[in-house]
Design a protein around this ligand. Structure first.
Ligand SMILES: NC(=O)C1=CN([C@@H]2O[C@H](COP(=O)(O)OP(=O)(O)OC[C@H]3O[C@@H](n4cnc5c(N)ncnc54)[C@H](O)[C@@H]3O)[C@@H](O)[C@H]2O)C=CC1
Ligand SMILES: O=C(O)CCC(=O)C(=O)O
Length: 535
């Protein structure tokens, strides 16, 4: 099967060659498309790869009936309707690391340019002037650099700032003290505290509800006199009107803007003629090296998502780390254990599951997010109407139906790679457990109190019966007569002569008619069927 990939926005050819090399991928490269044209064409594509110029709106995502993956050749995903993508099960993949250094270097290039009046100096030379006295500059050495957001770019800026002899302080409530210490950066107690001591204040945070308008009139007014403000993150994090007013009032020494609320910046924007404002047209990531890096990173991840269902690079699959391949057997157990628990409970009359509690052994702790998503998918499959139930949207779809989800690590499951799903609703509860060993096939190991040992393949039939002679033979004969091939038959009992449970793995499907016929057999008490979806 071939997948179609639409590439917009001038993505570096090195990554695109990786996509084009795959016979199963058909790549169409186009310039940045007008909104309406993109809307018209998107329905044909399984993936779209672009940069910040292409807006992946809710409307576009809803029109994209085949879309499985959005690849963003860069960091910021504020141009993508992330919630809608998650709801629809569309993977969002960015390239978070490849352009970090490019932005950090542009920071120093532009700030030194501003401090040494390099744009004015270059212009004066072009105009035949030689006036050194007007072009007196300032140094970075001894100045305090205030960094908002000590992530990838903020860290690279901090490291380089030390080489210039600057004092480096940062505000980032989401970063641990150890990281500050390792970077030799002093932690500011609050944004206000950082602002109060920054000779140069620079923003390296994502644009979101918390950061939009973070630096406005009030904050600009609290900076030390003659400070510099830099925004290379996203337009709108620094309020443009407030910045303009502060520059015009000569309250600031200057500012650098690489990003704007509306891009491209309109030709007659008052920012273009503001005093001491150095503007660049969103050049942070515009180096040959950065574009090659992000293109390769995103294209490889899009290829793996499409061809190998590897969603480890997808930012909307919650909280997975480590090897995706390593988690696959465990995700299969989680999904199938949840489907078994749901099927058995449904036959006991409990259809509305209220809670799903996942417990995992310590060796699977790194995969808690994807495993919980797999379990949620197992509960929902065959129950909800969607053609796109997957690891991306399973959790949000389950929560939207009022299902409470939880996950915890446990040493009491008997195996470091064990998985237990407990479903509950009303007074009923059922736990189904399994293991995903590294060196053998995944197995289901417990259904309720019964210990079983069965590989959950296409369909699992779960019977309870009186533990009396002859039941296994009668069940086998009935299934044989109906051409249902048994792959594994595991009988478990709690005590001789009491109740027993059979976990029967069969090839193909088991019809409702066959299930009812099983229930008619002497000593069979319940019969449940879990049909598993595609792996
Ligand atoms: N001008 C350009 O061409 C480029 C701009 N960017 C922008 O730079 C931003 C940062 O990029 P990275 O450093 O790679 O991202 P990152 O995710 O590594 O770092 C962002 C940091 O901001 C912190 N943060 C989030 N909310 C905060 C808040 N309210 N207060 C303080 N800190 C907060 C996070 O804890 C994190 O450490 C991106 O989101 C993107 O918008 C990125 C690349 C190129
Ligand atoms: O070149 C681009 O696409 C913009 C880069 C950028 O802003 C980002 O990676 O977040």
């Amino acid at each position: 099967m071939a997948y179609r990939v639409l590439v917009t926005d001038d993505v570096d050819p090195e990554g695109l060659a990786l996509l084009a090399a795959e016979t199963e991928l058909l790549v169409d490269e186009v310039p940045t498309l007008p909104k309406d044209e993109l809307l018209r064409r998107i329905g044909d594509y399984d993936a779209i790869v672009g940069r910040s110029a292409t807006k992946i709106s809710a409307e576009l995502l809803r029109a994209a009936k085949k879309l499985r993956v959005v690849g963003r050749a860069g960091v910021g995903v504020d141009n993508i309707a992330l919630d809608v993508a998650t709801e629809l099960g569309v993977a969002i993949i960015n390239a978070p690391a490849g352009n970090t250094v490019a932005v950090a270097e542009l920071f120093f290039g532009t700030v030194i340019g501003l401090l040494r009046q390099l744009p004015a100096a270059a212009l004066s030379m072009q105009n035949g002037v030689w006036d050194r006295s007007k072009l007196m500059g300032r140094e970075l050495k001894g100045k305090t650099l205030g960094i908002v957001g000590l992530g990838r770019i903020g860290s690279e800026v901090a490291m380089r700032a030390h080489a210039f002899g600057m004092t480096v302080v940062a505000f980032d409530p989401y970063i641990a003290d150890e990281r500050f210490t390792a970077l030799r950066v002093r932690r500011a107690a609050s944004l206000d505290a950082l602002i109060a001591e920054s000779n140069i204040l620079t923003m390296h945070v994502p644009l979101n509800d918390e950061t939009r308008g973070m630096i406005g009139k009030r904050e600009l007014g609290r900076l030390p006199a003659r400070s510099i403000v830099v925004n290379m993150a996203r337009g709108g994090i620094v309020d443009e009107a407030a910045l303009l007013a502060a520059l015009e009032a000569d309250q600031l020494r200057g500012a650098v803007l690489d990003v704007f609320t509306a891009e491209p910046l309109v030709a007659d924007s008052p920012l273009r003629t503001a005093p001491n404002l150095l503007l660049t047209p969103h050049l942070g990531a515009n180096t040959v090296e950065a574009q090659r890096n992000v293109s390769r990173d995103v294209c490889l991840a899009v290829r793996d998502a499409l061809l190998h269902n590897d969603l480890s690079k997808s930012i909307n699959v919650a909280g997975g780390s480590g090897e995706w391949g390593d988690l696959q057997p465990a995700m299969l157990v989680a999904r199938r254990a949840a489907a078994v628990a749901r099927a058995v409970l449904a036959d006991q009359g409990m259809r509305a599951v209220r809670r799903l509690a996942l417990r995992i052994g310590p060796d699977l702790a790194h995969g808690a997010g994807p495993l919980l998503a797999a379990a949620a998918a197992g509960v929902l499959e065959g129950v909800i109407e969607t053609d796109r139930l997957n690891l991306i949207n399973a959790r949000s779809l389950a929560e939207a139906r009022g299902l409470e989800l939880s996950v915890g690590e446990s040493n009491e499951l008997g195996h470091p790679r064990a998985i237990e799903i407990a479903l509950a609703g009303g007074m009923q509860q059922l736990a189904v457990a399994g293991v995903a060993p590294e060196d053998s096939k995944p197995r289901l190991t417990r259904i309720g109190q019964f210990h079983v040992d069965v590989n959950p393949r296409q369909t699992l039939l779960i019977l309870t019966n009186h533990d009396v002679p002859g039941v296994i033979g009668r069940v086998g004969t009935l299934l044989g007569e109906r051409k249902v091939n048994i792959a594994e038959y595991h009988q478990a009992r709690l005590a001789q002569g009491g109740d027993a449970l059979a976990a029967i793995s069969v090839d193909g499907a088991v019809s409702e008619e066959t299930r009812k016929a099983l229930l008619e057999l002497p000593d069979v008490l319940t019969a449940s069927v879990a049909h598993f979806g595609a792996e």
